[in-house]
Design a protein around this ligand. Structure first.
Ligand code: UTP
Length: 819
């Protein structure tokens, strides 16, 4: 019964209202319903409902009425389980009986007189039960913030002023900063009681000059001096419990219970959590997270509504925070640039992982990207870390865990930059903000590792011999097992990923190592969009008609408003490489092809995709074009209007005819099948980051590169609408639960049925699909860029949502069957 209400069908499968979760198909839905989350929430809901049925809502009693008085009064109707009085929101109470009958008896009595007071007794309101979506709440706040920011930005006269306005609106206010300082003092005082001579040091956004009002409070509890203190106490002849520190404080018994030099980080953190929980007033929601790469104790401080983390092994973070402070003091342009770019990245969902580690950029990595860009302007705005080292004096020398962290403590030691560029100049000169987007729009992330130490991009190839890409499972296992503190040593290689930014000091740490390939892609794509926008008049000139201009349009949230300047919304579908699914014969073929396996697999996927569009979904092929592999001079020479590039590349790469790829259904045959003109896409039309000249540099997992084939299809029927129902009718056998896309013959029948029974769509949908091979060996996938039709966009959106799930599934099915 509940299930019928909880589960609704959507264009993408099913949505569970109770858990606020989407699932793509029936088997996943069955799994979900049997899963722990759904079962727990169902139980909680059932309990709440039962309580509601046994309760009454009472008002009209005096403010000083007590629970006991109400219990006594309502006991005449049956045993009372609980009375909850809410005096804050007007005086009312919920009286919960132990039995349903008691509630009915109480409600059936017309007049309730408690000690001369006339009570109003009503059935308890039945509230819908739904999981609160914290993520969307955040998004809503974000939207509200932008709405409040817009008028202020609109009033500014220049983008420069807008950027200053962003800083003023976002930065941590002075009183909040002071309040945080006081909290740190309070925590310090408490910890000193337990850990004599310990130090509580704030780091990160609260103190690095880039903090925003909602940023968390990162603290490092430095126990080094306490360890020395304890060691001293141990060697002293006095019993530990009676020793005193130099300033006369008597050592707390905690130090007689735990040996700091041998205790594991997990043990220490549990202890820190206990002290926080029990001894720091106002602190709650304390939780030790010991399984993370960097174990922390999380807490919330109610009075400031502030979330905080305490770590015990993070000396480097305190030092890199000082580095950020120094950079901020070196050039006044850095803060407005960082605040603007951080806000832009948040709006575009590129940075700021909600609730801990995630696939997006963290704010630290993003700030380092801005600094690196400023090291690479001409002339540089900021010096490299190596240059800073040489500007430091002897007393400023600093080595932490073997890493050289030397830099001057004061900006005065560093000569000012000769770069006079404005943040946003006027027409003709791009300004630093636009230059940032332009810099990363064409940056070759696959071929380079960003080094702030040297202030230049280092070729990724120089790291390959040392680096080993850690498979995901192994990484998770390591994270679970990692009990020991991080022990960086100079020989260790950074974990390379899709975007590589070396920490300025801990050179074996890629601060963007968590980034997924998709996030890297999005970052570069958004930089390209922003770069284009920064060249437009809407960016540079205040609108005289009050229209959004400058940063307002730049900050349009991800997925809302026009993503591209031409107003089109980008649609893409990805089909990952899943070797385990492939038939043995193909697996062997791929193995034999060595580095060329990606090309073979790509062509197979393209062939399968053509089958799905043509044979399963009955789309009509309009044209097929093929652009040459990016950065390949030989292919670039192929004349426009010819489709030879694909064949040429296949022959050249020796992967085509002898591996039997150009068989029926391959892109080549699709090309051959395509009537109509064949035109090579120009690189500007392609508009993809990988077509930049930077791509000529060596790449991870390089090998023969395919071009980017593009098909134009026409769909005349809404083959996506009502598919599930038709499939059910066709299967007839209720026990047959074949998921959508798992059987080609059945899916063909479903489409035929719809085409036969349903009228065609008003305007045939003419759309393009462009395929591109992306990723390195571990993460190879085909990315399909779908260009929507110029007419019938609304209709097409539904079709696209269907394709997003159906196409990868159907392609997998065909690949699995070796079709
Ligand atoms: P965050 O990425 O949380 O940055 O890292 P933030 O500036 O504090 O931004 P909020 O809190 O998201 O608003 C916090 C600090 O942790 C250290 C840095 O000192 C950084 O300032 N850190 C972070 C590292 O040392 N290495 C990392 O890879 C990430």
């Amino acid at each position: 019964m509940d299930l019928e209400v909880d589960i609704i069908t959507t264009p993408k499968g099913f949505h569970c209202n109770l858990c606020n979760t989407n699932v793509p198909n029936k088997p996943s839905l069955d799994e979900h319903v049997k899963g722990r989350k759904h079962r727990t929430l169902s139980t909680v809901r059932a309990t709440r409902r039962a309580q509601e049925e046994r309760s009454v809502f009472v008002s009209g009693f005096p403010k000083d009425a007590s629970q006991a008085q109400l219990t006594q009064y309502f006991q005449q109707f049956g045993p009372v389980a609980e009375v909850i009085i809410d005096k804050d929101k007007g005086v009312y109470a919920i009286v919960q009986f132990s039995e349903v009958d008691s509630q009915l008896t109480a409600l059936s009595q017309l007049v309730h007189d408690m000690g001369g007071m006339r009570l109003r007794v009503k059935p308890r309101e039945k509230k819908g039960f739904k999981l609160v979506d914290k993520k969307n709440t955040g998004v809503k706040n974000q939207e509200e913030f932008l709405e409040r920011l817009k008028p202020a930005l609109g009033q500014a006269e220049t983008v420069n002023e807008q950027m200053q306005c962003v800083v003023e609106r976002l930065q941590l206010a002075e009183n909040k900063r002071k309040a945080r300082e006081l909290l740190v003092q309070l925590i310090q005082e408490v910890f000193t009681e337990f850990f004599p001579e310990s130090q509580v040091l704030p780091f990160g956004s609260s103190v690095n000059t880039f903090g925003i009002h909602s940023c968390d409070l990162d603290l490092f509890l430095d126990l080094e001096n306490t360890k020395t203190f304890q060691a001293r106490a141990k060697t002293s002849t006095e019993p530990v419990a009676e020793t005193s520190s130099d300033d006369g404080r008597s050592e707390d018994s905690i130090l007689s219970d735990i040996d700091l030099s041998t205790a594991s980080p997990a043990e220490l953190l549990e202890l820190v959590a206990t002290i926080l929980r029990k001894c720091v007033p106002g602190v709650h929601k304390v939780q030790a997270v010991t399984s993370a790469r960097l174990p922390v104790v999380k807490f919330h401080y109610r009075a400031l509504d502030l979330h905080g983390d305490i770590s015990i092994n993070n000396r480097l973070a305190v030092r890199n925070t000082r580095f950020l402070q120094l950079c901020s003091g070196l050039d006044a342009r850095l803060r407005p640039l960082v605040y603007t770019i951080r806000y832009w990245a948040r709006q575009k969902e590129l940075a700021g992982n909600v609730g801990g580690p995630g696939p997006l950029l963290n704010n630290y990595a993003l700030t380092l990207l801005v600094i690196f860009f400023l090291q690479n302007t001409d002339p540089p705005v900021l010096p490299t870390v190596d240059q800073l080292k040489h500007m430091a004096c002897e007393e400023e020398e600093c080595v932490i865990e073997g890493w050289d962290c030397t830099f001057p403590s004061q900006p005065i030691a560093v000569p000012p930059s000769k770069n006079q560029q404005d943040l946003c100049k006027c027409l003709g000169s791009s300004g630093l903000l636009a230059a940032f987007f332009s810099f990363y729009a064409t940056f070759d992330f696959a071929g380079n590792v960003i080094s702030l130490r040297e202030g230049r991009a280092l070729p990724v190839t120089s790291f390959l011999s040392q680096a080993r890409k850690v498979p995901q499972e192994e990484e998770e296992k390591n994270a679970m097992e990692e009990e020991q503190p991080r022990k960086p040593h100079n020989q260790q290689a950074p974990k390379l990923g899709s975007l590589n930014v070396l920490d300025p000091f801990e050179l074996s740490h890629n601060v963007a190592g968590n980034l997924s390939e998709r996030s890297q892609h999005s970052f570069q794509r958004e930089c390209q969009e922003a770069e284009k926008y920064c060249r437009s008049l809407q960016y540079l000139r205040k609108s005289t008609k009050g229209k959004p201009w400058g940063l307002v349009r730049l900050f349009a949230p991800h997925g809302q408003g026009p993503k591209k300047l031409d107003g089109s919304v980008e649609m893409s579908i990805s089909i990952p490489f899943k070797p385990a699914l492939l038939p043995e014969v193909l697996r062997n073929q791929l193995q034999l092809a060595g580095d060329g396996f990606r090309l073979i697999w790509f062509q197979k996927v393209c062939a399968a995709m053509v089958q799905v569009f043509q044979n399963v979904l009955k789309c009509r092929l309009g044209s097929f074009t093929e652009s040459a592999p990016s950065g390949d001079a030989g292919h670039a020479a192929v004349a426009p209007g010819s489709c030879e590039s694909m064949e040429t590349s296949s022959e050249e790469l020796n992967t085509s005819s002898d591996s039997g790829i150009a068989g029926p259904g391959s892109p080549q045959s699709a090309a051959a099948a395509a009537a109509g003109s064949k035109r090579r896409l120009s690189s500007s039309e392609d508009g993809d980051a990988s077509s930049s000249p930077q791509d000529k540099k060596p790449r991870l997992g390089s090998g023969p590169k395919p071009g980017t084939p593009c098909w134009t299809w026409t769909q005349t029927h809404a083959v996506w609408a009502g598919r599930r129902k038709v499939r059910r009718e066709l299967i007839k056998d209720a026990a047959d639960t074949r998921p959508e896309g798992s059987n080609m013959a059945l899916e063909v029948q479903v489409t035929d049925h719809i085409v036969e029974k349903e009228p065609p769509v008003k305007v045939p949908l003419v759309f393009k699909v462009q395929a591109k091979l992306v990723g390195n060996t571990q993460s190879t996938k085909v990315l399909l860029k779908v260009h929507p039709p110029s007419e019938g966009k609304e209709h097409f959106r539904d079709f696209f949502h269907f394709l997003e799930v159906f196409l990868p599934k159907m392609v997998d099915t065909l690949m699995e069957k070796g079709v």
